[in-house]
Design a protein around this ligand. Sequence first.
Ligand code: HEC
Length: 288
Amino acid sequence: MKRWLGIGVAMGLAALGGAAQAANWQDLGNPKVGPQQTLKQFHDYFKSRFPSIPLQKYADGPYIFNKDLMQQYQEAVQFNPGEITLEEGKKLWDAPFRNGKTYASCYPDGGKGVATRYPYYDPKLQTVVTLGGSLNACREHNGERPLQYAGAKMAALQTYLASLSNGLPVDVKVQGPGAIHAFEQGKAFYFMKRGPHGFSCAACHVAQAGMSLHNHQTISATLGEAAHFPAYGVGGSAVKTLQKQFADCETKLGVKPHPLESTDYRDLEYFVTYLSNGIRINAPGYQP
Ligand code: HEC
């Protein structure tokens, strides 16, 4: 995968029109204020930078910042190849395990609406449980081997399960000391500088949201990102999960990506998804 080279220069130029009146973006990484206040600060920050963009619009990702992009997106999603993955996911979902049960037996309501509440923190397991992790737990519970997190089947199943919540707002809870700790770990990851250019995730997806990189890619805002994952990425001609996207961004920054479903990535997914709270799910998304 190609790295982002010379991002500093390109972004320096792009940033000229940037966040004059908005609060200092680095303050959003404050580990002391707790989840609710963090969410409010993110809302306020983006509202002051992009007053004409309502919160729900963030569900559409980077397209919202540019009329031409939005038009391309609206045309492209009419034939979103992610729909094929969705169909594959439905077949996998409906196929019985060797014991005759299906994935639906592991979730309330056969999986309808459950993706709104993922990830969640499990105090007994002392870890964040992601949608992907729950699918593998379901398999193991039914005597099946877990799937590879980076594999196509996992992406397809997650896409289908996420789509059973389409139109419903993300509703991730962070309650209790273990949950708050995991959330803060995710936030710290998001604001930590990494790679040869010393960029944090937030340096792009907060401070430079709506700006273009030297390759003309527009950078999405943290808000709403998780609501349209898994998403079809034209670059890789495949649907990718949110964690695969984290790995792609790390790779492009010249950093060795963390393993999918590592504690770091689960905490990161928890943080990033919480920041989509209130935004309606729309999976599979589409990425140019
Ligand atoms: C140099 C800027 C830059 C940095 C730093 C960066 N990203 Fe990205 N990221 C991008 C670009 C460009 C894309 C593709 C266009 C888009 O969707 O924003 C992207 C895409 C994404 C998306 C999907 C967005 C969508 O709406 O489809 C997520 C989620 C994401 N990045 C998370 C991260 C995380 C987590 C980190 C830190 C490990 C990170 N990014 C670091 C530039 C960056």
